[in-house]
Design a protein around this ligand. Sequence first.
Ligand code: NAD
Ligand code: ZN
Ligand code: ZN
Length: 367
Amino acid sequence: MRIRAAVLESFGDPLAVQDVELAAPGPGEVLVRLLACGVCHTDLYTASGADPSGYAPAVLGHEGCGVVGDVGEGVVSVTPGDHVVTLFSPQCGECIHCRSPKTNLCLAIREQQNKGYLPDGTARLSRDGEPIRHFMGTSTFAEATVMPEIALAKISPDAPPEMACLFACGLSTGLGAAMYTAKVEAGSTCVVFGAGLVGLGAVAGARLQGAERILCVDLSEERLELARGQGATDTLIASGDTVERILEMTGGFGADYTFEATGNVNVMRQAVESARMGWGLCTVAGVAGKGETLDIVPRLLITGRRVAGSSFGGVKGREQVPQLVDKWLAGDIDVEPLVSRTIGLDDVNHAFELMEAQDGIRSVIRF
Ligand SMILES: NC(=O)c1ccc[n+]([C@@H]2O[C@H](COP(=O)([O-])OP(=O)(O)OC[C@H]3O[C@@H](n4cnc5c(N)ncnc54)[C@H](O)[C@@H]3O)[C@@H](O)[C@H]2O)c1
Ligand SMILES: [Zn+2]
Ligand SMILES: [Zn+2]
């Protein structure tokens, strides 16, 4: 079939919205008609050429929500008409990582996905017979996409797609960092660095876990206002003495749990230093630039602080994304303020500009 899609032709250039061919789903694959898709930093990071593992031409996009169209041979867990959230982090349920409760990093299709292909090593996207690669196994800046069954989370059809799509990446990453990676305990004190979609999700996740105090740090007062809306009890504008101020606000010890959601390695260090001695756990969700390293004084570790990384919030997608969506539908998570604007696919480059200007939390494409 012919579909409209936003293609990364070459790094550093604007995406080119155009008609491309999408082949029918093969065995174990599903055709998804996109309803909405958020525009995330990782799309921009790849489009800019900053990501050394990027490839082109490719159809970008990974924060998608849609409805199942055709299904390939052997597909049993979704049927046409089902509403789904796309997962760049799949859940096969069978690999050694899927069988462990300790990680969400499914091993099933990693190798081909990282190269931009479906699990059989080929692409369903093409133009004039030339293959176009699938970004993050999702390619959701398109009217339709073909994805592995194991990379789709079936969600309630009652969930408005322009908000549900945020659960495909940023929002679940933040929520999960607090709920599944850190497993915040009730009554605890948390600090969240960064109040973008990931940080705001972490604030909401800490609140859902019953944290007593949630401090949020950002450069923008407007974003801190959103953090209070998600449950932050204290907010502070970042400055040279952020760590000292946090220690002061936490009886000199620091917080039980800290979260980093900026991607800045200096902030990651602050997040480690703001975790309390004895048991403070720092969870890093931000993605640092190529070659950057995190500097930690080892004494901080010897005296009981711990550091954890979190990919997609530790969320086991097929199982837990539907649960998070249900929590939102039950009124426990306020998603509406996180969608700053809805746009058409043709405006995807404008969404990148707004993101670079830190204007709004998320732009969402409606199809
Ligand atoms: N681990 C994952 O699976 C995963 C998934 C999605 C995004 N990410 C990463 O998470 C990070 C956050 O993503 P986002 O969409 O929320 O980004 P964002 O740019 O919307 O938010 C980042 C926030 O950090 C704030 N900030 C910048 N410098 C700061 C400082 N010195 N102190 C405090 N706050 C500061 C900014 O004002 C902004 O509000 C990015 O690095 C992104 O790549 C990771
Ligand atoms: Zn993302
Ligand atoms: Zn697996």
